[in-house]
Write a new protein. Structure first.
Length: 410
């Protein structure tokens, strides 16, 4: 057996050599004079090496303790090398808490998402999950714990949000399992225990007079001017709320009456599934330009048209528009996405021959690829005409956009 004296007095040679202890433990003396503890063992029919660190920083006694621990792992059917890697991961992830591992997972994946989706992912976890389970060791979290976080979200009527958050939690647990820091995915277990969703279209007011009334009521509520202007521009353009919320000022250059939305912003993933996907063009009516100009006086110095009130480098939450509609009395009657249905219903009723053009304005993909290619190349002038007609209809009797910069009208 090796002694501490022998280890200390071992001198470098022209080639590296080994001083053996017992149980596979040995000290490698490098040609440079450095000394490293290693253990030779077999696992799965293969010979492997495990390092314990340099001598004399790691003493002979400490190396033997590490060897004994590795042999205990081998008797339990575990590979000591894998166990060592897991310990390193846990060290990187601090206490192995849900929040720490979730942030690690987020950092790994955020580069594959557009900014709006990435922001929504981390903000939803920060708001709904981290305050409750963030500090809990991920191995100790049960399905009941996960469900306890999701139930309050469901009870306030945000069932779809609860389902998205469950999916994100599940992805974190799967990541933890794959990296050896969790044994199962409790978020997957609660999927069928969640409140059922009512199938069907999202609530929307499709009567023109009622839609005008709704917009006027919402704009009379006490709210941040950016939120009010976002609601108006959403109603005028009928784009998807998430697309609008993440709009950079670069897409709205002063003097332009055409909004060009890059293809990758029309989807959550950076890689678009459709190789033929192209930018979406939104004609801007006179009233839309007025609203954008009013907005520019508030947020025009920053990169985002609709910045988050607390974090200017992040886009506003599209939920802000929904909350404004709720306060105006339209909970479960009309959602931000419902403006697309309002626009479609009103304009198709008045201009039936223009249905293909209206669908194009909503960025609805035609089932016929030949028709899709044809529509991309035509109809821009008609789309501009319809956008102005719609703006005149929905804002009939409405106050100027500049008035939205001040308090509510009494």
């Amino acid at each position: 057996m090796l002694t501490d004296v022998a280890a200390r007095k071992a001198e470098k040679r022209e080639k590296a050599y080994k001083l053996y202890d017992a149980g596979g433990l040995h000290l490698v003396v490098a040609a440079s004079g450095g000394k490293l503890w290693r253990m030779k063992y077999q696992f799965g029919g293969k010979e492997k090496l495990l390092s314990f660190g340099p001598y004399p920083e790691v003493t002979l006694a400490a190396a033997r303790e590490a060897r004994d621990e590795a042999r205990t792992q081998l008797r339990a059917g575990k590979d000591p090398s894998i166990a060592k890697k897991i310990r390193k991961l846990e060290a990187v992830s601090g206490d192995g808490s849900f929040e720490t591992i979730a942030r690690e997972w987020y950092a790994l994946n955020k580069e594959h998402w557009v900014a709006r989706h990435a922001s929504d992912v981390i903000e939803s976890l920060e708001a709904e999950i981290f305050p409750i389970l963030g500090g809990s060791p991920i191995k100790d979290i049960s399905a009941a714990d996960v469900l306890a976080c999701l139930r309050p979200i469901e009870k306030r009527g945000a069932k779809e949000t609860a389902r998205r958050i469950r999916q994100r939690m599940s992805a974190v647990f799967v990541y933890a399992v794959a990296s050896g820091r969790a044994d199962n995915d409790p978020a997957a277990m609660v999927k069928k225990a969640m409140a059922p969703m009512k199938k069907g279209k999202q609530p929307a007011i499709t009567d023109l007079d009622k839609a005008r009334e709704m917009l006027a009521k919402a704009e009379s509520e006490t709210a941040h001017p950016v939120t009010k202007l976002a609601l108006r521009i959403l109603a005028l353009t009928a784009v998807r709320p998430g697309t609008l919320a993440a709009t950079p000022w670069a897409e709205w250059p002063a003097g332009s009456n055409l909004w060009q939305i890059p293809a990758e912003r029309m989807k959550l993933r950076l890689q678009h599934k459709d190789d033929e996907a192209r930018d979406h063009f939104v004609p801007l009516s006179r009233q839309t330009i007025e609203a954008i100009d009013a907005l520019r006086t508030i947020s025009g110095r920053g990169p985002l048209a609709f910045p988050n009130t607390r974090h200017a480098h992040k886009p506003m939450s599209e939920n802000a528009i929904g909350y404004l509609l709720h306060r105006a009395g339209y909970h479960s009657k009309h959602v931000p996405h419902g403006w697309r249905a309002t626009f479609s219903s009103v304009m198709n009723e008045r201009f039936r021959p223009d249905k293909p053009v209206i669908d194009l304005m909503l960025a609805h993909a035609p089932k016929d690829k030949v028709e899709g290619a044809y529509n991309r190349a035509l109809h821009l002038e008609r789309r501009k005409e319809l956008a102005q007609i719609w703006a005149d209809l929905i804002l009939e009797g409405a106050r100027p956009a500049a008035e939205l910069l001040v308090g509510p009208r009494r």
